[in-house]
Design a binder for this molecule. Sequence first.
Ligand SMILES: Nc1ncnc2c1ncn2[C@@H]1O[C@H](COP(=O)(O)OP(=O)(O)OP(=O)(O)O)[C@@H](O)[C@H]1O
Length: 245
Amino acid sequence: MSNLTPCVSVQNVSKYFGKQQVLKEINLEILRGEIFGLLGPSGAGKTTLVKELSGLDQPTSGENYLFNEKMPSLELINRIGYMAQSDALYLELSAKENIEFFASLYGLKRNKQKQRIQEVMEMVNLAEHLDKLVGDYSGGMKRRLSLAIALLHDPEILILDEPTVGIDPLLRKSIWDSFYELNKKGTTIIITTHVMDEAEKCDRLGLMRDGSLIAVGTPNELKEKTNSDTIEKAFLVYGGVSDEN
Ligand SMILES: Nc1ncnc2c1ncn2[C@@H]1O[C@H](COP(=O)(O)OP(=O)(O)OP(=O)(O)O)[C@@H](O)[C@H]1O
């Protein structure tokens, strides 16, 4: 649960790719210790926004701050864990070699590496598959390995771009259990999704459409304010689409 101190502040952020405006004057604060979900259809701008928060891209105008530091900031790299939508893994190497590579990038000390790698691989249920070539992993296994890599350095903010795509419901539940576990220990989690049941698991949600943040609140607030019994219906109301016809 959050302690009401913002750790992320998005201030008047707009982003253009050529002439296309994909983020439209976004203002948002994410609190320390919360699980914050960005929900919206494909193309809404979720990935663009989380990439900026991870320091991988920059706004055309406006500013993003993490821990009061303007992004992108090299100094913050070790405090952020980012899991991209597509896996950035070396298919011709084993999972162990992949994860060791990232552990060295993060500067994890040799004696700590082994223990930490074991911990995160157990968390995502892959400890038995450490020596397998990643090229032989299934899609879901690759997602889980990417998640393990994002967790390696025990980041204070974990930014996850559709982390459970291609993962079966049972494993999705166990991965969400790990998120809750990390969150209990104080990790702030920012997650993009277009899965409604996943949105319900977040402390607060930001609803995005066509580059705009159209509403922010707890799942219950969003439903109550729109007289809706589901987040999906609330989304339609905020988006200006009535579902009654
Ligand atoms: N590097 C880029 N160059 C040009 N256009 C881009 C680039 N990255 C994203 N876009 C465009 O920006 C818009 C928003 O894309 P973005 O990936 O942020 O959406 P999203 O909400 O994450 O969608 P999805 O759920 O499909 O990942 C899309 O129209 C996309 O085509």
